[in-house]
Ligand binder design. Sequence first.
Ligand SMILES: [Zn+2]
Length: 511
Amino acid sequence: MAVKAQVPGAVIDVQHYIFALQLTDADNNIKGQATVGVKFLKNADAFNLDLVKKNVEGKGMLVSAVTENGKNLRFVQDSGAVKIYTNAKTGSMHSYKVSYAGVPADGLIISTNNFGHRTFFGDNWPNRAHNWLPCVDAPADKASVDFVVTAPDHYQVVSNGLKIKEQQLPNHLKLTHWHEAVVVPTKVMVIGVAAFAIDHPGDAGNIPVYTYVFPESKEAGFKSYAVAKDILPFFIKNVGPYSYEKLANVQSKTIFGGMENASAIFYFEESVTSPGIEELMAHEIAHQWFGDGASEKSFWHLWLSEGFATYMTNLYLENKYGADTLKKRMLADRKKVLEFEKKRLTPVVDSAVKSDYMQLLNANSYEKGSWVLHMLRRKLGDDLFWKGIQNYYAKYRGSNANTDDLRREMEQASGQDLKPFFNQWLRKAGHPDLNIGWHYDADKGSVNISVEQKQDNLYEFPLEIAINGELVHIEVKDKTTSAQILVKTKPETILVDPDVNVLDSFNIAAQ
Ligand SMILES: [Zn+2]
């Protein structure tokens, strides 16, 4: 069963959206009619939908009417919302129609692609959907969605879910209706409207996988994007069922390298010839489980999306290319985390960020989040790690979770108290910074090792050291941890963390 989440204090829980949109080549004005199905969580005589109002530059949306059952309702618009006056009791269901029009200031990007052709691409992350869609623009209010797009008939329209209707209209117009039956957050609700060449490279089980690329990119894109059908099965097998009706991989004009829109992933234009396309696809496809399926309750817990997508990509690549690939990537990721911490020292769960969530697209959310999962996997072992991940996904699929929800699932799967682990890695800034000294005691035939934690917050973690090629585990805990290791011969070399299993920095010196 999905556990329901909402924005704390919310008056409404949106059940379903129908966005009917008219697009034209004449200008960048869009006309919309949003049907918003709402369940009231409180008695209310008014409620808000997020919507950016037309500004002095002429960008934004003007609402012309709000109705319920054909009856006009009073409404007022401020810069970021339309307030709708109604009369609703707790638990009651209502359906409102909001008619509006305007030039999107953001969110729906109307522009020209590399080939000089006009395109329309939704780009909503983190809360830019309300530039073009009246909605509750927060990840905790998930809803199912229909897009019914009327556009010039030389365009193809791709969106979330299933295409249930495509109809030629007079005056060279075409209506395309997509229906997403699964609840998704607004950040991943989209349309892509362009001239597309479409391919169906195959299925993953019963999930059809499609490629949408600009016709000029057909040759390269049909080939490079086809790898998606080999990526899906890895996550289906290891995490759980794919949630949506299909997967379309779409060449687009997103401001991001890739954007994990539910079942219609958007990739940057040059991605069709990018050598990094496989890892980019693995990342965005992993998000279909983590971010789209199980979504963070708020952006403070963004690592549940980005850290997961980053580590799941590493796991996919490890499975396909071997353990050395994982080691190399964890090494590179560790470097990124340490570099980032020099610029900004904050915990992964960064509740200091109240708006401007773009700043959370950083090495803490991605690489450090990934590193936490890596260390958790090493701590629990592969079987319990995957069991916990599968349970977490099964419980929060179609819903929302925060960091403690994940911790509880991992604790239940493993029988371990993971509070100290989650606290030190996710709730505190920084990392262990180690001074490691060693000397060989010829009389005792031992190597004496001391590990000093230089930073203030002390961490507890196992440190692996290879002496004469043999792996030794040292439980680091106190300000200084000492260990005496018996050896047969004087070591030539001592290697710290040879398998790259700890997020730390260190120096080592013979004493
Ligand atoms: Zn991502």
